[in-house]
Design a protein around this ligand. Structure first.
Ligand SMILES: NC(=O)c1ccc[n+]([C@@H]2O[C@H](COP(=O)([O-])OP(=O)(O)OC[C@H]3O[C@@H](n4cnc5c(N)ncnc54)[C@H](O)[C@@H]3O)[C@@H](O)[C@H]2O)c1
Length: 301
């Protein structure tokens, strides 16, 4: 399939990332079907879409009328059969290879043969579930970062992905305003996330071993690097449940005692429903977390 043949995008999983990716596609002119298995998930996505568009309009990145026409191109559904005529799929269900395989297998039975499947997995690689898709040559990772702040996306094929699929997905990424980083081979964590994971791990080790406070760890990074957010603020924006899943998966996989300690620290937040920015509380309290306030670096909280 050529990029010009793509008209309809199906988003599977309308959570934090599905919402952002769906909106990027819609604002660049594509018809978007937002699918979620949960009716609450769909209601939440509709609500959050208003917030996302308001954010773009307020910052001047989008005119109000363009935001409105983007929203008009989006449909929200819990009915899998609404995926029947999708040209490309972007999957953003929770980070679990078995679940991703199950979902792709389900949609392989619904989508036309031409449909390209992309996954937004953070830490897995497509070959972990390519067999389950029934169309491994049409599966590639197209991985987004937080689209409010970044246009960098990773395009990562697995050994069975066809060159045609890679070429079309690179072109599609550009069509939706993104800057593709094309990986030569599979790598857990792509390019940026490989570097980010080292930062997040170091921050968790420092906190889990009570070397310093959350605020001081972030203050240290932000103060030296001149960034507007530190590792704990980043974890809050990713979602602590997602960060916990990744930590827990690798800690168990590698039987790593420090990794398990880090996962426990995250669990102490997620078990109270403190999931980060999306739930209003995580390491910081939202919508105005301490690290965004003047004087944070100086320590006058
Ligand atoms: N949060 C981030 O910053 C970020 C960034 C890049 C990639 N990712 C990756 O994106 C994926 C989704 O992460 P998220 O943060 O958006 O998660 P999320 O928990 O916010 O959303 C997941 C959504 O998937 C839905 N879902 C669960 N099972 C489903 C099924 N069988 N069919 C359809 N929908 C189903 C849930 O109801 C939920 O709405 C993960 O693989 C994650 O690693 C996350």
């Amino acid at each position: 399939m050529e990029v010009e043949d793509i008209r309809k995008v199906l988003i599977i999983g309308s959570g934090t990332m599905g919402q952002q990716i769906g909106f990027e596609c819609a604002r660049h002119g594509y018809d978007v079907v937002m699918y979620d298995v949960s009716a609450d998930g769909i209601e939440n996505a509709k609500m959050r879409m208003e917030k996302i568009t308001n954010g773009f309009v307020k910052s001047g990145a989008l005119k109000a009328e363009d935001a409105e026409s983007a929203l008009a191109r989006m449909r929200f559904t819990t009915e899998p059969n609404d995926a029947r005529d999708a040209d490309i799929v972007s999957e953003s269900v929770p980070e679990d290879p078995a679940l991703k395989g199950k979902v792709f297998s389900q949609f392989n039975g619904i989508c036309p043969e031409r449909t390209i499947f992309t996954t937004n997995t953070s830490s897995l690689v497509p070959s972990q579930f390519s067999g389950a898709t029934g169309r491994p040559e049409k599966l590639v990772a197209l991985h987004f970062h937080d689209t409010r702040y970044s246009r960098i996306v990773d395009v990562m094929p697995h050994p069975g992905t066809s060159q045609e699929t890679v070429k079309t997905v690179i072109a599609f990424a550009r069509k939706i305003g993104q800057i593709p980083i094309v990986l030569h081979k599979e790598n857990n964590g792509y390019v940026y996330n490989t570097m980010l994971m080292s930062l997040i791990n170091s921050a968790l080790v420092l906190r889990a071993n009570d070397v310093a406070s959350v605020e001081d760890i972030d203050r240290s990074w932000m103060g030296v690097m001149h960034t507007f957010v530190g590792p704990f603020g980043i974890m809050d924006s990713i979602g602590l449940d997602t960060v916990h899943k990744v930590q827990d998966y690798w800690a168990n996989m590698l039987n790593d005692p420090q990794g398990k300690k880090n996962a426990e620290l995250l669990k102490s937040y997620t078990s109270k429903g403190e999931l980060g920015a999306k739930s209003g509380k995580g390491f910081y309290t939202y919508p105005h977390p301490a690290f965004t306030k003047p004087g944070f670096i100086e320590g006058d909280e």
